[in-house]
Design a protein around this ligand. Sequence first.
Ligand code: ZN
Length: 290
Amino acid sequence: MLTLRNTRVISFSLDYLDVFWEIEPTNEDIQEYEFYVERSESEGGPWDKIAGPMIDTYSLRDTSVLLMSNNRLYFYRIRVRNARSGDEVYSKPFDREGSPDLYGEEIMRMWRVLLEQWVGVKCWLFPRKTFGQRCSSCYDDVLQRVLNDECPVCWRTSFIGGYLQPIEFLAQIDEPEKTEHVTVEDHRQVEVVALRAMAHPEVKPLDLIIDHKNRRMRVVSVNSTRRLGVPIHQEIRLVRIEVGSIEDAIPLKVDNATITLVPSNTFTNIQSDATSQEEALSNALSLYRF
Ligand SMILES: [Zn+2]
């Protein structure tokens, strides 16, 4: 089977994105392999086939992209299929942000250890659709807006389904201040939440995030730390959606009985008498690959 490498997206035009991929040198017969290009607005899918089968081809100009938004994301992946055996492999999803170098990978690995062992809680990202089929039950073509704020078809995003497939990830959440904004008309409980996570899944403004306590939050801004232009880590600011909004009805399918909301540490308590000092130390050091 072929191994894909050096996948990338490059463009200096608003009309298209150029997608490139390469394969590791091989002794196999290249003519037996078909390449397909798939695209999604979310790295968790669903994926649409946009080109293929192609043989001995290593680039594609995707002219069906809408690049007039700063926040819209396009992810690609390459599917390689052996026409004779039917075996398939996929590349990792990639976008024009590119892939990190080895230092970047190591920083991300340490971030993952931090989230998995110390500070992370489980969250779910619902990437908001920014294009697709308009909602048939509430979208008005003339006014170009949704007419029903409580629409269960598009969840007031104006696109059917509203969100792409949810992606589970770990994040550190800064507990919001509890406040009550008091005006003559009403009281509002505005909670601004800060959350930090790894570079993937990539988050964009207006996405929906649900945390381990079923707090539903709207992304307001995303700030990323980069190395050589490639995102390593994201700082996300969110506003909690008022309880009772239509977003509360969006189903999150998890098994409450078995889900682990806060990951357990793989090391043992160094203070405990039951464990020898050396064992505890080696557990702690194993995080750093000693
Ligand atoms: Zn609707």
